[in-house]
Design a protein around this ligand. Structure first.
Ligand code: BMA
Length: 296
């Protein structure tokens, strides 16, 4: 059974009071390991008068995965297009070829839609627009591309409430074969589930760290394995969650009782899961993937 253990002696990223757009909270970060470094694209909220919880996306990097440097300016800001008037939220990043693809939630107070931006350096991002609108399956979020094409097509994970879906596309704008792959099953995910970290390739399948929300709105993390060639097939799903809110800053914050991931890194057997704590700070917890994959 896989259980994550917290690494470091506290949050790895906290808000910077002197930086206007991230002065109150940082959370829900995409994570990717590239060219020997850990990279985070994280969500930040500033409770400035008039901002009403608007979200920005910032960029941080680290050699050891625990101590991060970051830019002073956000890499993506709300309000540049109408669909994002109220925020750019919960990024998830994969690299296909030489390009980084960031799916994020475009929020305009009425709709949450899946948007995409691309980059060659993780700093400069080019908006590709909304790629899965609310007209397809209703409000949608928690999206990530798979880090490679499958059967010659792009594969997109997303979450129209309350289930996790996959869709397929020849390009990044037209999605077909919408397939529900996971529904809430266990008590700790009774209200809804959603994609968490970007799907991570292992020899045994695509590893999916996802979140589950119980009846009391506590967010926990779980793990599943999808077939490499046909990821609509769930090969295994662990009954027990792998992380739940326990520390002071996970139990209390902007939204209390939340651990929520948008990104993980697999180094050898060691899985590093970056997670937002109570929508306020970012932590990291690790586990050995063999604890989950051994009997597959
Ligand atoms: C979800 C998402 C996350 C957030 C979580 C808990 O719906 O919007 O960004 O961390 O709620 O507030």
């Amino acid at each position: 059974m896989l259980q994550l253990k917290r690494a470091g002696d506290g949050p790895v990223l906290k808000p910077r009071p002197e930086v206007p757009w991230e002065k109150d909270t940082v959370f829900n970060a995409a994570a990717i390991h590239d060219k020997g470094k850990f990279h985070l694209l994280y969500r930040a909220v500033a409770h400035n008068p008039g901002d009403r919880n608007r979200s920005w996306i910032g960029y941080a990097w680290s050699s050891d995965g625990l101590h991060f440097e970051r830019l002073d300016k956000p890499v993506l800001s709300p309000g540049e297009v109408p669909e994002e008037s109220q925020g750019v939220e919960d990024p998830r990043v994969v690299k296909i070829g030489r390009t980084f693809y960031m799916c994020y939630t475009a929020y305009d107070l009425k709709r949450t839609q899946v948007a995409l931006a691309t980059s060659s350096d993780l700093v400069h991002w080019k908006r590709q627009g909304v790629i899965l609108s609310n007209t397809v399956l209703g409000n949608n979020k928690d999206a990530s591309l798979f880090p490679q094409k499958i059967g010659g097509r792009y594969c997109l994970m997303h979450r129209p409430v309350p289930d996790i879906y996959l869709s397929f596309g020849d390009d990044l704008h037209t999605w077909t074969d919408h397939t529900r792959i996971m529904q809430p099953e266990f008590e700790w995910e009774a209200t809804k589930i959603g994609g968490g970290a970007q799907p991570i390739q292992t020899k045994k399948g695509w590893l999916l760290v996802y979140h589950g929300v119980d009846k009391t709105m506590t967010y926990r993390l779980g793990v599943a394995l999808l077939d490499l060639d046909d990821p609509t097939k769930v090969l295994k799903r662990q009954r027990e969650f792998i992380l739940q809110p326990e520390l002071a800053w996970e139990l209390k914050g902007d939204v209390s009782n939340v651990v929520f991931t948008c990104g993980a890194v697999l180094l050898g057997k060691e899985l590093w899961v970056y997670y937002g704590c109570a929508d306020s700070v970012i932590g990291v917890a690790k586990g050995n993937v063999d604890d989950f994959l051994n009997d597959v």
